[in-house]
Structures are given as structure tokens and as C-alpha cells.
Design a protein around this ligand. Structure first.
Ligand code: ADP
Ligand code: MG
Length: 537
């Protein structure tokens, strides 16, 4: 994560350069003010006019410059955030499918919303604040030193002491901030679950339970916010007191020096003005540093969520599928739950396989092994003699199509949902549509292939979804098609049609997991495997 964010550094440098120029001019203006006062008190009209005019011009220049400061600051924060988000999304899609599915994906949601927000507020704004604060501090330091080094010495003493005081005052806040972040994460995942379960909640009259739960969770977050606000108020009050005290002390010291004749009246104003400019940045640093440091745990958490725990190095490429996939003593378990044991079988190129068996018997698991979503716990799967474990995922996935029971549809046109954003000729698309039994469906749509599918296909039926998924598989023209209960929501007539199409695909290997079995088509498969009692026979 840190590396991704550091790509915004050039923009940070630009922003800090801009603010350096603006702060420098600001400091120079305060010297002008000192001179204007002193010349005025001396009754030196000519120099008074000259300094006033120059001061006026400098203040004029500050206006566009300060706008530039705001723009470059925004640019830095914006670029850094966008780069981090892109990096994060990119890395999510590098996760192994099984590891992604095994986790609650609310944490990715929280990372991209709450956590990115914290990174913006605490880290990016913080780092800029530290940079800008140091520049202001340095400029004021130089300005005061140029007038009275001894005033500087005393001023720094006061500033350091009060900064330490306010830093100590801010300590209790950190623990609560951390707890609030954790609460928010739970809250996000809860809301996601509740919205996802909308139908079940309505249909089973669970509204009251949800309301109670929701109340509890919201309440604990609000309460934490209340505690933080209360502590913040105390801290703020004590810090205000320290600031007032310090400014007052500085003022007294400066006036005393003026009375003694070691500085001019103008210098008193300059010192007081610039002391504030040393003071507030230093106070700011004590607030910003803990915030910046607190993001470190966030970075670790985000990096951890992106890590693949199985980082086995895949080395082999697979151009195309030539002859066979062989299971050799393959066993597979989910933790302690052994699903398959010592499976030995062969799947040959171009042949068609039907996989049947009782629910929960392990059919989908068998298919997941074939799809390389999982690797066997024991034994090996060889594809054209190569160990599938060693074949690079991307390279294998290019050779296979998956038709799942749960079809995901993008909020986009029917056409893009079938082509999955790849280029195909109209003839190819139409052929796939026809073979998947979608011709009548598409003819009936208001805008044909350009009709938009909404919210994962809420405006089309389950059967139509399955057929779109089947059309995807046919269109991709891969050597291997895996289907998992793809016909479950189709009526028998359509299912039989599509099954016939699949069985007639020359050279294409089809593995069809289904509990819908038709007598007419069953015999056309080269082999029917039964998955039962941990065996595939
Ligand atoms: P089928 O597709 O034949 O209905 P599955 O392969 O889905 O069967 O499931 C086989 C067994 O593995 C079941 O006992 C199921 O509870 C378990 N199982 C399936 N998926 C997972 C998973 N991701 N994590 C843990 N156990 C699982
Ligand atoms: Mg299944």
C-alpha cells in the first residue's frame, strides 16, 4: 500500500514548492509591515510610502499564489488516493479465487471506503500538513532571527514547552480513534449483510430483529463518537489555554525588549505575528504525527487482506488443451471435512462427461478442482502431462469456460454481457445466441442486444440468465467447458436443446455437473461419473 501511495510524491513536492514560495512571500510581507510601522513612527514619509507600495504589491501576488497552493494540495491528495485505490483493486483481483471466496468480502469494501477515507484524512492530509507546517516554521524562524536572535531564543523555549503540553493532552484520543475504526468495519459488513438479505428479512418478518440489531450497532458507534467528542473538547480547551498563555508571554517579552531599546516597535509586531506562525505549525505537528503513525496499522491490515496465503509459484504455460486431464490419487478436504478420496480418472479431449450424485456429495468440489480454483490436498491433476498445480492460472483460464449456477451479469447491454467485452463478429455472436436458445428472448427485447440488464439481471428470468452464461461459454470457443447445474432453472425443452448443442460441439471437452438428467441425452455422453462417498466412479 505504502508503495502505491508514494507514487503521489512528485505531486507532494510540487505542492510543497508552491507553499514554500507563498510562505516566503508571507514572511517578507511581515518584514515590510515592521518597516512600515517603524518608518511611520520615525516620520520618514518617503520610505513609508515606498515600503507600503511594495507591501501592497506582495499582498496582491499572494492571492493567485494561495489559489495555486490550494490547487496543488488538492492535486496531490487526489492523485495519491486514486493511485492507491487502483492499486488496491488491482491486487484484489490477484487474489486466489478460493482465498477470496473463503473471506468475508466486507473487508475489501471497508478498505475501499472507510480505510481510504482514513488514509486521506490522517495520512495524506497529515503528511502535507507536516511539510507545510515545517516550511511555515522555518520561514518564521528566519524572519525573527533576522530581527532579534535573542527574541527567537526565548520564543522557541515557549513554543517547545507548550507543544509538549498539548501533545500530552492529545494522547487519550488515539486509543478511542482506533476502536472507532474497528467498530466501523463491523458496521459496514453488517449493513451489507442486511441489505443482501432484504428478501428473507421481509418474507420472514424479521424487521424488528434487524431494527434492534441495527440500533445496537449504531448506538455503539455513536457512543464512541460522543466519547471522542467529549475528550476532544477537553483537549481543545487546554490547548487553547496554552496557546493564549504562550502568545501573551511572547508579547510581554517583546514589549519588554522594546522598552529596553533592544528592538523597535515594528519588531514587536513582527515577533508576535511570526511567533504564531512558529507556534501553530509545531502544535499541528504534535497532532499530525500520531495520526500519520496510526495509519501504519491500516496499511498492514490492508496489505494483509491482499496477501495470498498460498503463494505457490506457478511456472508453466498452457497454450491449448491437446489430449487429457488425469486425476492421480486425488484427495481433497475443506479443513477437516474430506470430500474426495483417491480419485483416479481421465478426461479426454473432445469427449463429453456428465457428473451426477447426491447433493453435498462433492460434485461442485470436483469441478472446482478441474477449474483450478483449488489444488488437491493430496495426489495430482495432470493436464497433457503437466501438473495443473504448476500451470499458471491465467494461462489455464484462457482454455476453459465456466457456466455457473449463479450467473453474474454486469449492469450493461445484453451484448456486452454475452461477449464479456471482447471483440467477436456479428455472425459469431448470433451463432452463440442461437445455440444457447436466446434468439426468441433477444427478439422480444425492446432494444434487442443493446437492451440494458439491471442490477445483476433483476429484469430477466433465471433461465434467461443461464442461457446468457451458456452463450458466453459457446462464444469464448474454449477447448473446455465446465457447467455446474447450469440447467437447473431451465425448462426441460430448452435444457435438452442446449444440452444437444453442447454434446455436438466438435473437439470441445464438456464436463457437465447436473442433477437434471434426460434419458434422450444421457446416452450421448462418453461417460457418466457418479460422485458419492468421496469417490468419483
Ligand atoms: P455438491 O456440489 O455435490 O452438492 P459440494 O461439492 O458443493 O457438493 O460440497 C461437498 C461438501 O463440501 C459438502 O459437505 C459441503 O458442505 C462442503 N463444502 C463445499 N464447499 C465448501 C467450502 N467452500 N468450504 C467448506 N466446505 C465446503
Ligand atoms: Mg453443487
Amino acid at each position: 500500500m505504502k508503495k502505491a501511495i508514494s507514487r503521489g510524491i512528485p505531486f507532494l513536492i510540487l505542492a510543497l514548492l508552491t507553499i514554500s514560495v507563498a510562505t516566503g512571500i508571507d514572511g517578507y510581507v511581515s518584514i515590510k509591515i515592521m518597516r512600515i510601522i517603524d518608518y511611520a513612527l520615525d516620520g520618514n514619509m518617503d520610505l513609508f510610502k515606498k515600503e507600503s507600495l511594495e507591501g501592497f504589491i506582495l499582498v496582491g501576488i499572494l492571492l493567485p499564489l494561495n489559489i495555486l497552493v490550494a490547487i496543488t494540495r488538492g492535486l496531490y491528495i487526489n492523485k495519491s488516493l486514486v493511485k492507491s485505490k487502483i492499486y488496491y483493486i488491482d491486487r484484489i483481483f490477484k487474489k486466489n479465487i478460493n482465498e477470496f471466496q473463503g473471506e468475508n468480502n466486507a473487508k475489501y469494501l471497508a478498505a475501499l471506503t472507510n480505510d481510504m477515507n482514513s488514509i486521506e484524512q490522517n495520512y495524506l492530509v497529515g503528511i502535507y500538513g507536516v511539510g507545510a507546517g515545517l516550511i511555515r516554521f522555518l520561514v518564521s524562524f528566519i524572519v525573527i532571527a533576522s530581527v532579534s536572535p535573542s527574541a527567537l531564543f526565548i520564543g522557541i523555549g515557549i513554543t517547545v514547552i507548550s507543544s509538549i503540553l498539548s501533545m500530552l493532552a492529545g494522547k487519550p484520543l488515539q486509543k478511542h480513534e482506533r476502536q472507532r475504526t474497528d467498530l466501523f468495519e463491523g458496521y459496514t459488513s453488517y449493513i451489507k449483510e442486511v441489505l443482501g438479505a432484504f428478501q428473507i428479512i421481509k418474507a420472514n418478518d424479521l424487521n424488528d430483529k434487524v431494527k434492534d440489531d441495527f440500533y445496537d450497532k449504531s448506538e455503539s458507534i455513536q457512543h464512541k463518537g460522543y466519547i471522542i467528542d467529549r475528550i476532544s473538547t477537553y483537549i481543545f480547551a487546554s490547548q487553547q489555554f496554552t496557546i493564549m498563555m504562550s502568545i501573551f508571554l511572547t508579547f510581554m517579552v517583546a514589549v519588554y525588549m522594546a522598552i529596553k531599546g533592544s528592538i523597535t516597535a515594528g519588531a514587536v509586531i513582527l515577533i508576535v505575528n511570526n511567533m504564531e506562525n512558529m507556534f501553530f505549525p509545531l502544535m499541528g505537528l504534535t497532532e499530525l504525527f500520531p495520526k500519520i503513525v496510526s495509519v501504519k496499522t491500516l496499511f498492514n491490515k490492508m496489505d494483509e487482506s491482499l496477501k495470498n496465503h498460498d503463494d505457490y509459484k506457478e511456472t508453466l504455460e498452457l497454450d491449448d488443451f491437446k489430449s487429457s486431464i488425469e486425476f492421480k490419487n486425488v484427495s481433497f478436504s475443506y479443513d477437516d471435512n474430506q470430500v474426495l478420496e483417491d480419485v483416479d480418472l481421465s478426461i479426454n479431449k473432445g469427449e463429453k462427461y456428465l457428473i451426477v450424485g447426491p447433493s453435498g456429495g462433492g460434485k461442485s468440489t470436483f469441478l472446482k478442482l478441474l477449474r483450478k480454483y483449488f489444488n488437491p490436498t493430496r495426489g495430482e491433476i495432470l493436464i497433457d502431462g503437466k501438473n495443473l498445480r504448476d500451470v499458471k492460472k491465467e494461462s489455464y483460464f484462457k482454455n476453459i469456460s465456466n457456466v455457473e449456477q449463479q450467473v453474474f451479469l454486469f449492469e450493461d447491454s445484453v451484448k456486452n454481457n454475452i461477449t464479456l467485452y471482447k471483440d467477436y463478429s456479428d455472425e459469431e455472436i448470433n451463432l452463440a445466441i442461437e445455440r444457447a436458445g436466446l434468439t426468441d428472448f433477444i427478439r422480444g427485447l425492446p432494444n434487442g442486444l443493446d437492451t440494458i440488464i439491471y442490477d445483476n439481471g433483476k429484469n430477466i428470468s433465471g433461465g434467461e440468465k443461464s442461457r446468457i452464461a451458456i452463450a458466453r461459454g459457446l462464444l469464448a470457443k474454449t477447448d473446455i467447458i465446465f457447467l455446474d447445474e447450469a440447467f437447473a432453472s431451465l425448462d426441460a425443452k430448452v435444457a435438452k436443446e442446449i444440452e444437444k448443442t453442447l454434446l455436438n460441439l466438435e473437439g470441445v471437452t464438456v464436463v457437465n455437473v447436473s442433477h437434471v438428467i434426460f434419458k434422450e441425452t444421457k446416452d450421448k455422453y462418453n461417460k457418466v461419473f457418479v460422485v458419492k462417498n468421496k469417490a468419483v466412479l
